[in-house]
Design a protein around this ligand. Sequence first.
Ligand code: CAA
Length: 417
Amino acid sequence: MALPKRAFIAGGSITSFIGKGHPDFIWKKHPDFGTKENPTWEEFLQQAVDELIAQTGLNPADVDRLYLGNFTGELFVNQGHMGAGLVGTNPAFANKPSMRVEGACASGGLAIMAGLDAIAAGADIVLVAGVEVQTTVSARDGGDFLARASHYSRQRSIDDFTFPALFGRRAKAYCEAFGVTADQIDTVSIKAYGNASLNPKAHMKAAKMDADTAAASYKFLSNEEYKPFVKVSDCSQVSDGASAMLLVSEAGLAKLGKSTADVAEIVGRGHSVASLYEDGDLTKLTTSADAVSKAYADAGVTAADINVAEVHDCFAVTECMMYEAAGFAGAGEGAKLAASGETGIQGKIPVNTGGGLIGFGHPVGATGVKQAVEIFRQMKGECGDYQIPNTPKYGLTINMGGDDKTVVSLVIANGAI
Ligand code: CAA
């Protein structure tokens, strides 16, 4: 079933994603420590919205609705009620309907879903943004905050680093079921860091990762059963940043003075949620696969039609399993696809071209919006050194919250093709 009303991405912005390991991130060993501070969530969001307005020529007074993805503002930056923060980015937004949307790491994807519903209900111009600042506490304390995306009372005790351990559990099950090796999974991180080195906005743009570095990376879990399956190099980054995009109807396009050739169209969307209280087959991302199948059905496409993808690589093994959920590889074959190089920038199906969550970074609430903006940028030839060689016709996103619990998947078509 196609979308009830046509919805277009008219432009998008992404701030630099920063955190430990980024040259500009101020921490105790940085030469500017004590004299300079890292940007606040308010500053990141302001920058993303200002850039979006400048890039699209938007008259801010024309915005009908605003949605903001954010996961844990209350814990990391003592701030809830961030929908009102989004309104505060421009005086012309005063008194417009705005709300924050939360679904763990899928918060940004949910903000897009809310925007699509608004378009279907008659809105013409919707501003969708995402923001997260997570570097205000140590990685270990942050592990506790991020554990709110698991079923806390049941799963928090698995490890101080709850999410790395939950995906260590999946990596163990996946490797044992399919004979997958750590070397194969490492190729995901090597690609992610390599792509990030071509992306000036990436958190890990200055870091190097090769097979030896990945193999020797530190195994930091305390949980003895899952410790062998997770290294620092496998993990998405604890990043700060924001992203924003403009979602418009056909009438909204006319208001902006743009044609369908200037923009991209969301032609399919899937939103699937599994129970927080139980875990299914650890070797498969069944909720993600369900969301993708809905998005493909909406769009009338199959995996073979997709030319570029952004998938939720919260950990390296997750990307392998996402290839399977997307239909790019069969069950247990995702790691082989990663190792084949076919998901690299020059490959048959480039995935996470700007570095993904591991290389570009993962400011949780911003991630889902950033994924859609990245597909838009690849379609419009805006990706500089990591631009893929052939202009894509269809792109796929998969944004996942929790351990395959809340998933939003989009199929995006290039308006120029
Ligand atoms: N040698 C010895 N010890 C080391 C070490 C090394 N080479 N590297 C790390 N360690 C130890 C540190 O000493 C530290 O222990 P203490 O807290 O006792 O000091 C611990 O390991 C962690 O190290 P750091 O504090 O230096 O960690 P870091 O800042 O380098 O971060 C990371 C690394 C812990 C892997 C961090 O990047 C991380 O937590 N990443 C995952 C983030 C995450 O889980 N995000 C959510 C993804 S899940 C999702 O997307 C779905 C959802 O809805 C949540």
